[in-house]
Design a protein around this ligand. Structure first.
Ligand code: ADP
Length: 616
């Protein structure tokens, strides 16, 4: 067996691999960039080696640095994880040439599957159905356009070297072909250094079905059933599950057997995934499922397969890399229940899913012991999300007897997720899991795009959540209202993520004590911070400079002190009516009212200097 394993990756997958290696008694070596010096995977490994600056090109993607780190630490084997160098055949060969164990397939297999056109040609040879299309050498615009006509619109132009959803263009009709080809080629050249393309029939109502396969060095190949990764945003997977909903036994057998045939044809060793596209316009049927591509590595979504089969796929990878045969036969594998995974990204759905960076001041995805949901992550509270790497920060995986049980469990866990102040897509994931078409198993890869704004989580917490938070922040004290002969109103100005908001919480129960400075409101997977509005040195006191600023635009309805007057801390200076409520502005400390810029009836803008107190 391997005694020391170097993991040439970072984040959740590095932590995931370390977990299994440790359970197997294998010593682990992490590598890290300067930006990741304090990362979780570095701390969890037995040893860690710095391999360069933050940009992946200068660290995680440098084969020599990784091989040097392996030599220096006595590592015998290298696990590449996914992404980075995992599908780099030259790196795999260099690892082998250095006398180390490559935890992955033979470099030839990686090479053979690396280009979409060559991979499809191999599959055709192995008798695996492939998506109808054109794979030819002739890359002239005329020939490609003619082939697209022959295939019939709509078509998809794909970069042969493409991956990660990049380098693809859907074309609706012949008139749009030429422009789409130019832009696809440009993107392919920039992203992959190869502008060759292939043309495929664009499948309507497509579902992404993939089969997990495993081969060993003794000629055995098994499959571990299928996954359905149809919930995608811009051709990138968001939610994955196993088994595929609506897959009957005959269709499953046909697809999984085709996958095994494909793996066998290439003497495949280790973990691999054969991706298919299904035309699901009329349910899943074997004659409408075609090979799309093969990934020669562990997939992000492998945990759903682990959940339904009880197999630790990383353990299998390590055993097979060490030369052991597959531990079970095909007959010994079966499906137990249903599993769903959601990818949690540090991104802001409200801002077009822009990546969100910063320190995770609050990060809580629940205790798996309570939620029953597995969490694979590479970060923890206090970690910094940097702009350098993929913004996926965690995967949550729920398993249940039924799909509905898994779905509800996952939605519940995401609903309770706390990620702050970094933004996350947890609220969006909750909406996606609850979407009627997803619930009804009526999804295809276009669901998210079609649903559009219906999947956008609310911009603000609910009224109930705001009122409860305001009451808790304020505690037994309350900001008195100013209407004579009326019951005291508890209402005030607050800051919700820095934006002024007025909250009337008269009807909320009075909390035992006040929370100090701010409180996190977490609802539906989203988190906001609520703080009492304190104009610089204004209401509530603090070490301000004595400037009394208008907390929000409004009208001064009462001025209770005159310029030059002595004031004491907490003394009411004036009352502002804003957002239909009255807000008392008080002295932050004892002193003299050195300046008074506001008169009763004055309309003031947010941040206007209303008065200034000079301390004694
Ligand atoms: P990548 O290697 O970039 O991930 P894939 O070839 O795996 O690209 O395709 C990614 C996704 O694009 C698929 O999961 C599917 O949603 C969509 N897709 C790919 N091929 C087709 C097709 N012929 N028709 C419709 N959708 C497709």
């Amino acid at each position: 067996m391997i005694h020391t394993l170097l993991i040439a990756n970072r984040g959740e997958i590095a932590c995931r691999i370390i977990r299994t290696a440790r359970a197997m008694g294998i010593r682990t070596v992490a590598v890290h960039s300067e930006a990741d010096a304090a990362a979780l995977h570095v701390r969890e490994a037995d040893e860690a080696v710095a391999i360069g600056p933050a940009p992946a090109r200068e660290s995680y993607l440098l084969p020599d640095r990784i091989l040097t780190a392996a030599r220096e630490t006595g590592a015998q084997a290298i696990h590449p994880g996914y992404g980075f160098l995992s599908e780099n055949a030259d790196f795999a060969q260099a690892v082998i040439d250095a006398g180390l164990i490559w935890v992955g397939p033979n470099p030839d297999s990686i090479r053979a599957m690396g280009l979409k056109d060559a991979a499809k040609a191999r599959m055709i040879a192995a008798g695996v159905p492939v998506t109808p299309g054109y794979l030819g050498e002739d890359q002239s615009a005329e020939r490609l356009a003619a082939e697209a006509d022959a295939i019939g619109y709509p078509v998809l132009i794909k970069a042969v070297a493409g991956g990660g959803g990049k380098g693809m263009r859907q074309v609706e009709d012949a008139a749009a072909f030429a422009d789409a080809l130019v832009s696809c080629r440009r993107e392919a050249a920039a992203a992959f250094g190869d502008d060759r393309v292939l043309i495929e029939k664009y499948i309507l109502s497509p579902r992404h079905i993939e089969v997990q396969v495993f081969g060993d060095r003794h000629g055995n190949v098994v499959h571990l059933f299928e996954r359905d990764c149809s919930l995608q945003r811009r051709h990138q997977k968001v939610i994955e599950e196993a088994p595929a909903p609506g897959m009957d036994a005959a269709t499953r057998a046909a697809v999984c057997d085709a996958a095994v045939r494909a793996a066998r044809a290439g003497d495949y060793v280790g973990a691999g995934t054969i991706e298919f596209i299904a035309d699901a316009s009329d349910g899943l049927s074997a004659d409408r499922i075609w090979f799309m591509e093969m990934n020669t590595r562990l997939q992000v979504e492998h945990p759903v397969t682990e959940a339904i089969t009880g197999v630790d796929l990383v353990e299998w990878q390590l055993r097979i890399a060490a030369g052991e045969p597959l531990p079970v036969t095909q007959e010994e594998l079966s499906i137990d229940g249903h599993a769903i995974e959601a990818r949690l990204y540090a991104e802001d759905p409200a801002k077009g899913f822009l990546p969100s960076i910063g320190t995770l001041e609050a990060f809580d995805l629940g205790d798996p012991a309570d939620t029953g949901v597995r969490v694979d992550t590479g970060v923890e509270q206090g970690s910094v999300i940097s702009p350098w790497y993929d913004p996926m920060i965690a995967k949550l995986i729920a398993h249940g007897d039924t799909r509905e049980e898994a779905r509800a469990r996952l939605a519940d866990a995401l609903d309770e997720a706390i990620v702050w102040p970094v933004r996350s897509n947890a609220g969006f994931l909750v909406e996606a899991l609850d979407h009627p078409d997803f619930v009804a198993e009526a999804m295809d890869t276009g669901l998210i795009a079609r649903a559009g704004d219906a999947l956008m989580p609310p911009a603000e917490p609910s009224e109930e959540a705001l009122v409860a938070a305001a009451a808790e922040l304020t505690g037994p004290a309350f900001l008195p209202g100013f209407r004579l002969n009326a019951a005291p109103r508890r209402a005030g100005a607050f800051l919700l993520d820095g934006q002024p908001i007025a909250i009337d919480f008269t009807d909320a129960p009075i909390a035992d004590e006040a929370v100090d400075t701010s409180i996190l409101i977490s609802e539906g997977g989203q988190t906001w911070a609520l703080a009492p509005f304190r104009a610089a040195g204004g209401a509530g006191g603090g070490a301000g400079d004595g400037a009394i600023l208008a907390p929000m635009p409004g009208r001064v309805i009462a001025v209770e002190v005159a310029a030059g007057a002595r004031v004491v801390r907490g003394q009411k200076l004036m009352v502002l009516e804003a957002m239909k409520m009255e807000h008392a502005l008080t002295a932050p400390f004892d002193g003299t009212l050195a300046a008074l810029n506001a008169a009763t009836g004055a309309q003031v803008t947010e941040g206007a200097l209303l008065a200034r107190i000079e301390a004694d």
